[in-house]
Design a binder for this molecule. Structure first.
Ligand SMILES: Cc1cc2nc3c(=O)[nH]c(=O)nc-3n(C[C@H](O)[C@H](O)[C@H](O)COP(=O)(O)OP(=O)(O)OC[C@H]3O[C@@H](n4cnc5c(N)ncnc54)[C@H](O)[C@@H]3O)c2cc1C
Length: 467
């Protein structure tokens, strides 16, 4: 087999973000891609049982938008033509973070505001149009199949309705989300369970859709009032989405969960660091009841640390690493991981045409290398709260000081804001934050905040967007 020839069949378990994007990439490398999804076939952009989180706000980082548009050319145009809202995060986003408003300026980081169900539906339609991809709905993966030596996964035992069937494959991909049973399946066959890294946050979201009021003076399309650790752990987000609607999400850590009744939901908005979410909702008309979703922890299953992993079996998406959603990383990270999967498979088959031997372990290690930065960003932020359950590390206080100074600095000047937001949106690494000029500005800003008497932040005065 030449490096151009395809393997026969890959099976992906789970037809959500990781499964769909994995299918897109693997359709270039396999003659047949089978995607197994437990839920019934959706008939449109609607919530489904297997992805209850899809009812809540789902922001895409800049790198996520670019990667999705590269996977599905014209996707961003298609989404916006059907009502999704294309924004520049700096110009169109009003962000209140670390006790101050970020100045409004054009960041050059574009994102698309839409509901998760709409985005997933559009991606699902693109996947369904790929000739060598078959999505089997109402089909659940029940167990893995093995070779006699139990060193290689050879397929999946599946159940459709009451009927069981076995499906052989050259590669099996677990993309079944946080509830993945993969570690149990492996344990039953004598493999060690992966070490689990968990940062407990006891977070919950409450979200509902609104019809926004007419207001010619409103110049934002996204309003985010972030929590401000360690003092304040409540957040509120109002985001324009398709259909001329808003999705409004409130969140609270450590059991301080936003209510789902009308009065409690609105009362929670009045306790945020600024009154703007409450003011925005005062004349808005609710279109749905609030729904809640709990996120007990950020969790990373370190499959890459296992001495032994079976051949022909890989995992990615939330089944490996599920982040605190407040930082909006999940889907963008998954899109970049899918791209990594494609690149790694190309490199592997170039080196050993026709063979997947050694690929599983190599991929899980590369994946872990990639996940380290986003994981560190989100968990380090969360570990600012004394109530967060997790491993603190030496020097973390200095990192917290640095993050605060970076956020503060990004709020006041454009030159320092761009490299910081490029890093947060995963468009570039942290190199630009290491330049002598940036570091000097950072230290100067941090010291000023530390020793100067604090300037009272005018929480009421939201900066205007540039003309
Ligand atoms: C409240 C909340 C808000 C979020 N907000 C954001 C955000 O703003 N931005 C962002 O980028 N990310 C966000 N995320 C994260 C994002 O939703 C996840 O990272 C992403 O959905 C994970 O995709 P996945 O495919 O790995 O898993 P999931 O979306 O959990 O999907 C798993 C799929 O596998 C199926 N399945 C499970 N077991 C089986 C089986 N045995 N056989 C067949 N099918 C099976 C399920 O039915 C489901 O469809 C948020 C998450 C939550 C919880």
């Amino acid at each position: 087999m030449s490096s151009q020839q395809k393997f026969k069949r890959v099976i992906l378990i789970g037809g959500s973000m990781a499964g769909l994007l994995g299918a897109r990439v693997l359709s270039d490398h396999f003659e047949q891609v089978i995607l197994l999804e437990r839920d019934p076939r959706p008939t449109g952009p609607e919530p489904r049982k297997g992805a209850p989180h899809a009812r809540h706000i789902h922001a895409l980082l800049g790198a996520g938008v670019e990667t999705l548009d590269a996977f599905f050319p014209g996707l961003v145009r298609e989404l916006t033509a059907e009502g999704a809202v294309l924004v520049d995060m700096g110009r169109d986003g009003a962000l209140f973070q670390a006790g101050q408003w970020k100045r409004r300026y054009v960041l050059g980081i574009e994102t698309v505001l839409c509901t998760r169900v709409f985005l997933e539906w559009k991606i699902r339609c693109r996947i369904a149009a790929i000739p060598n991809v078959e999505i089997r709905y109402e089909t659940s993966a029940e167990a893995l199949l093995w070779d006699e030596a139990r060193t290689r996964v050879t397929g999946v035992r599946v159940k459709t309705g009451g009927a069981e069937e076995t499906l052989e494959a050259d590669l099996v991909v677990d993309a079944s989300g946080r509830g993945s049973r993969a570690s149990r399946w492996l344990e039953q066959l004598g493999y060690e369970p992966p070490p689990v890294e968990e940062v407990g946050i006891d977070l919950a979201y409450s979200s509902r859709l609104y019809a926004p009021p007419e207001d010619a003076s409103r110049d934002w399309k996204l309003l985010i009032v972030y929590p401000n650790p360690p003092e304040n752990s409540r957040a509120g987000i109002v985001s324009s989405v398709e259909g001329g609607r808003w999705i409004v999400t409130l969140s609270g850590y450590f059991g301080d969960h936003p209510p789902t009744d009308e009065e409690g939901f609105l009362a929670f908005t009045r306790t945020l660091s600024t009154p703007h979410v409450a003011e925005a909702l005062a004349r808005a008309r609710p279109l749905s009841e609030p729904v809640r979703h709990k996120v007990p922890s950020s969790r990373w299953l370190h499959y890459e640390k296992l001495e032994r992993l079976p051949e022909s079996f890989i995992l990615f998406g939330d089944s490996v690493c599920a982040f605190n959603p407040i930082y909006g990383q999940g889907m963008s990270v998954i899109s970049l991981c899918a791209r990594l999967l494609g690149e790694q498979l190309t490199a592997h088959t170039r080196a050993s045409p026709g063979s997947l031997h050694g690929f599983s372990q190599r991929f899980q290690r590369k994946l872990a290398g990639f996940l380290t930065v986003p994981w560190k960003i989100s968990t380090t932020m969360d570990l600012k709260y004394p109530q967060t359950q997790g491993q603190r590390y030496f020097g973390m206080k200095l990192v917290h000081w640095g993050f605060d100074a970076m956020i503060g600095l990004a709020a006041v000047t454009e030159e320092t804001g761009k490299p910081f937001y490029d890093m947060l949106h995963m468009k570039r690494g942290a190199e630009a934050l290491m330049s002598p000029g940036y570091l000097a500005a950072l230290v100067g800003y941090g010291l000023k905040r530390r020793f100067a008497s604090p300037e009272p932040s005018d929480v009421h005065r939201m900066p205007r967007a540039p003309l």
